[in-house]
Design a protein around this ligand. Structure first.
Ligand code: GLU
Length: 474
């Protein structure tokens, strides 16, 4: 049997981290079994579904790299099929028409509550029986599923273990509304059946729907899939994850400078484990993933850990991969990398110092753009009269350099120290401020190498002019 899983978001908002984790688990399970992954858009709630949300979900899935083998299917395009199945159940007397008005149902519910009974639809209630007997064909009605009265529904949840619900707790679900539209729980079953879904991985908030859905599968003569209900994600304060906890849309993590591989690695560990391993390549996730190693209990989101992972991925990923995702931030910060070193070389040099791609873009800027001012604090401290001699000597040496390599630039700095009998800091720091504009950068010889000879020369001259002006004003 080929394993087939699906992710079935309702397009009422963006793809949030909870949904993204469910999608990831579902995707991973399919991949781990050599199976297929289906994307289905559950847009039957026409009032709340928007095209914008559909686009945001597709964008989020693509950014996460969760590619689908089939779909996206749209439930709104499948109404004929759902109605065909409603009619089939009606014809087999596994569903029936109910003419009770909302007012009548409200009245019965109030009665039940007053008698301290469980408020529920009861097909045998005398008032409902009376209305249904008196009704004529063509009167407005809903279609209800004839839920079994006896016994119970049992299923083996892959995460939570055996679950048993008595049928006495399940009332006859509406499967088609008065306006002719099929209802959510029914559509999901028909879809999962038609699409050949073998494993349903979804959020715990749907666990109450599962016994009802299982009864519908059975009534339709459809095979019942295996279920796995994932626990919730909490904020670091223990409350249900919400906007209040900061970024919850997957695309907001893109905007905040995370790599999708870092977010995927973070999400896979948020509620799933394989020994005490923390870092998983995509291949390892696929190889080791299993549904029964998903945790039953809720997991708390931890931004510090995500940041740590992001730094790890920036440091250790192929620079081409980092570059692909850095481009959005370079554009966002209007940094044009046409005129300067190859961006992957900058990433190799600067990447390990950065926790986010926002920082990496910021720290890439001086490789591509000249600046008109030095950072005030760094200039005050390092571009002083004492730096004039060392910078002048360094300038003459870099001007004379024929072979522009990091090694030779290292040699230039060493020679300046030797000839002037000064320590490394006395030339290293002024040079750093001169060529980068600020006081922090990777090794200054490697930085100068990438910035290039022409720019380095003009920036040292600019630093010398700054010192001269400062001295004149002193
Ligand atoms: N459309 C549902 C949701 O977005 C998911 C239903 C399911 O996975 O069965 O919560």
């Amino acid at each position: 049997m080929t394993v087939k899983t699906r992710f079935a978001p309702s397009p009422t908002g963006y793809l949030h981290v909870g949904g993204a984790r469910t999608a990831l688990y579902s995707w991973l399970y399919a991949k781990s079994q050599g199976g297929e992954f289906v994307l289905r858009i559950e847009d039957t709630d026409i009032e709340r579904s928007t095209q914008e949300a559909v686009d945001a979900i597709l964008e989020g899935m693509q950014w996460m790299g969760l590619d689908w083998d089939e779909g996206p299917y749209y439930q709104t395009k499948r109404f004929d099929r759902y109605n065909e199945m409603v009619d089939k159940l009606l014809a087999e007397d596994k569903a029936y028409k109910c003419y009770a008005s909302k007012e009548l149902l409200d009245e019965i519910r109030a009665e039940q509550e007053a008698n301290k009974e469980m408020a529920r639809y009861d097909a045998n209630h005398p008032k409902i029986v009376a209305v249904n007997q008196a009704a004529k064909d063509g009167d407005p009605c809903v279609i209800r599923f004839r839920n079994p009265k006896e016994g119970s529904v049992v299923f083996e949840d892959q995460i939570r273990g055996r679950i048993e619900i008595s049928n006495s707790q399940l009332d006859d679900l509406i499967i088609r509304r008065t306006d002719g539209s099929p209802t959510y729980n029914f559509c999901v079953v028909v879809d999962d059946w038609d699409m050949g879904i073998t494993h349903v991985v979804r959020g715990e908030d749907h666990i109450n729907n599962t016994p009802r859905q299982i009864n519908i599968y059975e009534a339709l003569g459809a095979p019942v899939p295996t279920f796995a209900h994932c626990a919730m994600i909490l904020g670091d304060d223990g409350a249900k994850l919400s906007k209040r906890h900061g970024a919850v849309s997957v695309m907001q993590y893109r905007d905040e400078g995370y790599l999708p591989n870092a977010l995927n690695n973070y999400l896979v560990r948020l509620g799933w484990s394989h020994g005490d391993q923390e870092i998983f390549s995509r291949e390892e996730m696929i190889e080791f993933f299993s549904l029964n190693a998903i945790s039953k209990s809720a997991s708390a989101f931890n931004t510090d850990k995500l940041l740590w992972l992001n730094n790890h991925y920036i440091k250790t990923s192929e620079p081409e991969y980092v570059a692909e995702h850095l481009q959005w931030h370079l554009d966002n910060q209007s940094i044009n990398i046409e005129n300067g070193p190859v961006i992957t070389d900058v990433i190799k040099l600067v990447g390990e110092r950065c926790n986010t791609l926002i920082e990496l873009a910021e720290q890439s800027r001086y490789f591509y753009e000249d600046f008109s001012e030095f950072e005030a604090g760094a200039a005050k401290k390092h571009l002083r009269g004492v730096a004039k001699g060392p910078l002048e000597l360094a300038l003459s040496k870099v001007e004379a350099l024929n072979d522009w390599t990091t090694e030779n630039l290292h040699g230039v700095i060493a020679q300046v120290c030797e000839e002037l009998e000064i320590g490394m800091g006395k030339i290293g720091m002024p040079l750093r401020v001169a060529v980068t504009g600020g006081g922090q950068s990777p090794s200054v010889d490697a930085v100068m190498q990438l910035i290039g000879q022409e720019r380095v020369i003009s920036r040292i001259k600019m630093a010398l002019a700054f010192i001269a002006e400062r001295e004149a004003n002193a």
